[in-house]
Design a protein around this ligand. Structure first.
Ligand code: GTP
Ligand code: MG
Length: 223
């Protein structure tokens, strides 16, 4: 039971409305190295064994951006086909996206367009970065040009979770992009959601005419 409560609390997405909290999601095919990149950034470690992510893992991180403490939740999902396409709540309130492919497997690069289309369906405006992972296995690949990133004007990072190349830079840039998106968000969907929330609040007030206005919008006091 306590476990259930913790889970609900962890997945409570209202916290992402607070100024100091951002949500960054990770997308890409299975085995491109999404989880290993997270582990490299957060634990500065790399265990080569393959343990495919089951559905969803949340990684928590605290960062300092322009002197301000920011709580970052990284959402890491399974790239396996049996989990595609993802539930809308994975994208809900995300402030940035890290999209990964494996430089050794062309199909994972080709599939970026499918991941990107789904991302844009739910989050039309959030910053997205493209990540070419596993460059330790083929350093020549950094000389290649990858049109996908250019076509959509997305930043491209050549990284390696195995030896750590560019991993810290990638994640720090993604955090900065998420924070700046949050501060300047013009996202149409965000505005629609805000409008809907205000509308619901107004409706509630109309439905409860006997109560004092202040008591209607207060949160329940902690017990
Ligand atoms: N050589 C090399 N291997 C890597 C690198 N990053 C990940 N791998 C290997 O690739 C495999 C898959 O890595 P994961 O991080 O589990 O991949 P994932 O994208 O999280 O996969 P799913 O959870 O199934 O979606 C593992 O065997 C890792 O050891 C890298 O930078 N270089
Ligand atoms: Mg994984």
């Amino acid at each position: 039971m306590a476990g259930d409560r913790t889970k609900r609390c962890e997945l409570d997405q209202e916290k992402y409305d607070a100024d100091d909290s951002v949500k960054i999601i990770c997308l890409g095919d299975s085995a491109v190295g999404k989880s290993k990149l997270m582990e490299r950034f957060l634990m500065d470690g790399f265990q080569p064994q393959q343990l495919s992510t089951y559905a969803l893992t949340l990684y928590k991180h605290t960062a300092t951006v322009d002197g301000k403490t920011i709580l970052v939740d990284f959402w890491d999902t399974a790239g396996q086909e049996r989990f595609q396409s993802m539930h809308a709540s994975y994208y809900h309130k995300a402030h940035a996206c890290i999209m990964v492919f494996d430089v050794q497997r062309k199909v994972t690069y080709r599939n970026l367009s499918t991941w990107y289309a789904e991302l844009r369906e739910f989050r039309p405006e959030i910053p997205c970065v493209v990540v070419a992972n596993k460059i330790d296995a083929d350093t020549q690949v950094t000389q290649k040009s990858f049109n996908f990133a250019r076509k959509f004007s997305l930043p491209l990072y050549f990284v390696s979770a195995a030896d750590g190349t560019n991993v810290v830079k990638l994640f720090n840039d993604a955090i900065r992009l998420a924070v700046s998106y949050k501060q300047n968000s013009q996202d149409f969907m965000d505005e629609v959601l805000r409008e809907l929330e205000n509308f619901k609040l107004e409706q509630k007030e109309e439905d409860a005419p006997d109560q004092e206005p202040s008591s209607r919008i207060e949160s329940p006091s902690p017990t």
